[in-house]
Design a protein around this ligand. Sequence first.
Ligand SMILES: [Zn+2]
Length: 255
Amino acid sequence: MSQEVSNIQPVEVWKNFVLLNQVPRPSKKEERVIEFLISFAKKNNLEYKQDEIGNLVITKEATLDMTTSQTVVLQSHVDMVHEKNNQVEFDFLNSGIKMYVDGDWVKAKGTTLGADNGLGVAAIMAVLESKEISHPKIEALFTIDEETGMTGALNLSDSILSGKILLNLDTEEDDEICIGCAGGIDITINRSYILSDLSNDEVCVEILLNGLTGGHSGAEIHKGLGNSNKILFQILNEIIKDFKISICSINGGGS
Ligand SMILES: [Zn+2]
């Protein structure tokens, strides 16, 4: 039954999904699936480490054509929701998921399927064991306990990853990339200053920085567009190294 799922294209992903789904992996009881991934890492001669809460990172070096590219973190959570239909007898803690193909769909017999986020895990495994795919250095981050509190992600060690780009593979759309931030914060800074009159040896200069392309931080954050406020202060920070300057006024933002 699961054999027909293993044969779906791309088989590199689906066969790993089938292997993964043989391992019980309810939230807060991820020991066995983490063991499964550690033996997968060993089989593929890949380095791995775990943080204190139990998240696992498997590292794969860049292919020779991409050694100068930035490290990319691929993230998926390993736990799944164990639910079954009332009339179904199923021992989640000791049985793998029974899967079958129904037209265009892969389904589970009377239970949850574990595609969330098992397919993400399987896709990462496919990259980790691939000998053909070109890729930068990969840090595969497998987090625990997403479904019942996100305690894995929330307690992620701040020293277990080196990559600055993270692709989270926990999504329901297979043809979209969602670019967003993990949260927001408002900051109010209060400083005092002393007003003074211009002295005779001071010269007034106006610096005008404009002509940058505007953009929305939600939709265009990935374009690397300049922020005139930030650039202006970078300029002032450079000037201040060689000259004594005072600020008359600063105006930035919408116009
Ligand atoms: Zn999920």
